[in-house]
Design a protein around this ligand. Sequence first.
Ligand code: JFZ
Length: 435
Amino acid sequence: CFSAANAQKMIGNETDAQKQQRMAWWTDSRFGMFIHWGLYSGAARHEWVKHNEALSNEDYQKYFDAFNPDLFEPQKWAKEAKAAGMKYAVLTTKHHEGFCLFDSKYTDYKAPNTQAKRDLVREYVNAFRAQGLKVGFYYSLLDWHHPDYVMDEIHPLMQKDKSKEHYDKLNKGRDMAKYRQYMRNQITELLTNYGKIDILWLDFSFPNKEKGKGKGKDDWGSVELLKLIRKLQPGIIVDNRLNLEEYKDGADFETPEQVSPKELEKYRGHTWETCQTFSGSWGYYRDENTWKTHRQLLDLLITSVANGGNLILNVGPTARGEFDYRANNALDTMAYWMHANNLSIYNCTYAPSSFAVPEGDRLTYNPKTKKLYVHLFTYPADGVLTLPGYAGKVKYVQFLNDHSEIASKANNTDLVVTLPKNKPPYEIPVVELSL
Ligand code: JFZ
């Protein structure tokens, strides 16, 4: 939490205040779009398909050969993200499969060598920037294709046989030092050839000392990598999956993944972003049908802000390069809500503790405008909303969506708000209190 005493505290090479300033745009934004797109989009059954089905490079080659994103129009993606109220995006430039959406000097396993015949990352960057969105890159530390990547227990080829003999045989001649250099080279390309990059999302570490098991900061060369990143893009914001927890500047934000809204409270006071899918997979999964409802998505967004964090919501475009209809529907519902209610999201955080949270609802607070937002998760049948202890602290009450006045009066220390019979046409309406 920001305080004058903390402001002087050094975090890596900067003070706490400097770090807060560097990250201010990100903290104020609250809502971003994750995009998982790669060859796995063609398999259309999870971005871990290569691992899940223990596929070899040869087995997997058909997805490279078939990759032809003839409907790829990142301007459309950017417009949809913007309409949904998202302020930044993070695209998988390379996921665990090792395939690069960008043009790299250091591999042939890249989009320009497919039927796409071009650098898809460049088009993404240009399109999102043109819509005024901040631009981020996801880059996988794992690489299930690179010839020098030493296999571990979660490598596709280790799935059938995890014996030491198998491990030694598969890894003969592989050299992680060369792979580390490959990563440095590619990250240098990504952070040099595309202008200012706002976010780098590196994924992920799973340390374990046993041979053939985990990978962590020494395998990735994390310390050196982070130094390089900060040198190339001094303003960049980096996630926490490099296994550098013990270094003060090892990460800019925490990444609670696919957690339920209830679990978000424990991150209060930290700097964090929860990453969430629309359905049960990050990559496009044609036959997966457990899509989150509009209410669940709103709950995640509102509850994130109510606990001082961000939400990055993932879309898995199809192999043709489009968002599928279910993703479009979900984004449209978010756009509808955000259009009328986004002031309770942007620049907001948790409310001062002197304001009790009405049962089941969520509060957010904008410290600059001193507005307190009550998110009505349940709409009272009798129209009576009692705000305990609020009497004398509130100047004016209105709905956020249409700025229509709402009557209220003090009853001892409580403020009793009389809501209209008709619920405003939003899944979760927002009452704005001016303090
Ligand atoms: C990783 C990826 O494996 C996955 O495909 C996706 O890209 C997601 C955003 O990140 O999955 C993880 C990584 C780390 C943890 C869990 C899932 N973790 O630390 O708990």
